[in-house]
Design a protein around this ligand. Structure first.
Ligand SMILES: [Zn+2]
Length: 291
């Protein structure tokens, strides 16, 4: 195997029949959208919320116990609008280019709308939902509601960081409040979610006995059961599957996956950029030799 991990990963992608990506929050952090830390983006777009409530990052803002729903919707509306308008980050664009020649699928715990900006829905399974949709908070029925118009009218009506109660969304069937369609104790795993799961299952079934590369990008330890553990399981069980894990924090695959896995400790924005450069150089060489 090549000494340089970037060359190795480029080779592995080239040789694979298909690539299954597991994308975690580290990929969005590398794209400049860190939902867990106080950074420049947070200061610029949410500094007034920090002043008002003392929340230090987007994650805290989402789970903060506001004293009234008008305040909570004030934050939700700003947050959802921010994610919807944020341009796709470079690591996501690099990932798209890196996989351009391959059959691939992306399983993700991210719900920050970065992936759907770059990849077609049929190649995605957003395990923990997507902030662009609302659901009934019970939920009393199996339907997702595109919230673009609702968010715009909430922002228009917002005063002193609060959305007046007549603008807070209500379920059209039962009248209960609606909530963003993201992982929570009332999260709707209905027909949309099931369809995503089915796409993922179908992809794995198609390639489980072929040369399948698993590419785990920026997956932390918060929800190991979604990506990390199933990826270890597949690597161990499938005959020709190899696992690449890229993360800024040091992590390793379990002992029994040695020989079938590679761990790269790198900043993902740097890694994706270097991978693209390596792929381009190799393509250039191949083209030269064909002339
Ligand atoms: Zn309802």
């Amino acid at each position: 195997m090549n000494e340089n991990p970037i060359c190795t990963v480029a080779d592995l992608i080239r040789q694979a029949d298909a690539v299954l990506v597991g994308a975690g929050s580290g990929l969005s952090s590398a794209a400049g959208y860190n939902h867990y830390h106080n950074d420049q983006n947070f200061q610029t777009h949410f500094g007034d919320f920090e002043d008002a409530y003392g929340i230090r990052n987007l994650f805290q803002g989402f789970y903060y116990l506001y004293s009234k729903p008008e305040q909570q919707w004030g934050f939700y509306a700003r947050y959802i609008d921010f994610m919807e308008k944020a341009p796709a980050g470079q690591p996501y664009l690099d990932l798209r280019d890196a996989l351009a020649e391959k059959d691939y699928f992306i399983l993700t715990t991210n719900c920050d709308v970065q992936l759907p900006k770059v990849f077609p829905e049929e190649r995605l399974f957003q395990f923990q939902g997507d902030f662009r949709y609302f659901q009934c908070s019970q939920p009393c029925h199996d339907k997702l509601y595109d919230n673009h118009e609702m968010i715009s009218s909430m922002l228009d009506a917002m005063e002193k960081l609060e959305v007046p109660s007549e603008h807070s969304p209500r379920c059209p069937l039962c009248g209960w409040k609606m909530v963003p369609w993201v992982q929570d104790n009332t999260f709707l795993q209905g027909s949309e979610w099931q369809a995503g799961y089915q796409r993922y299952e179908t992809f794995v079934q198609k390639y489980h006995e072929r040369k399948l590369l698993l590419l785990e990008l920026g997956v932390g330890d918060m929800t190991p059961s979604v990506i990390k553990l199933p990826f270890w399981d597949m690597t161990s069980k499938f005959p020709d599957t190899f696992l690449v894990t890229v993360n800024q924090a040091k992590s390793g695959a379990p002992e029994h996956l040695h020989g079938k896995s590679l761990t790269v400790c790198d900043d993902l924005s740097h890694f994706m950029q270097a991978l693209r450069r390596e792929q381009n150089e190799t393509n250039g060489k191949n083209n030269d030799s064909e002339v």
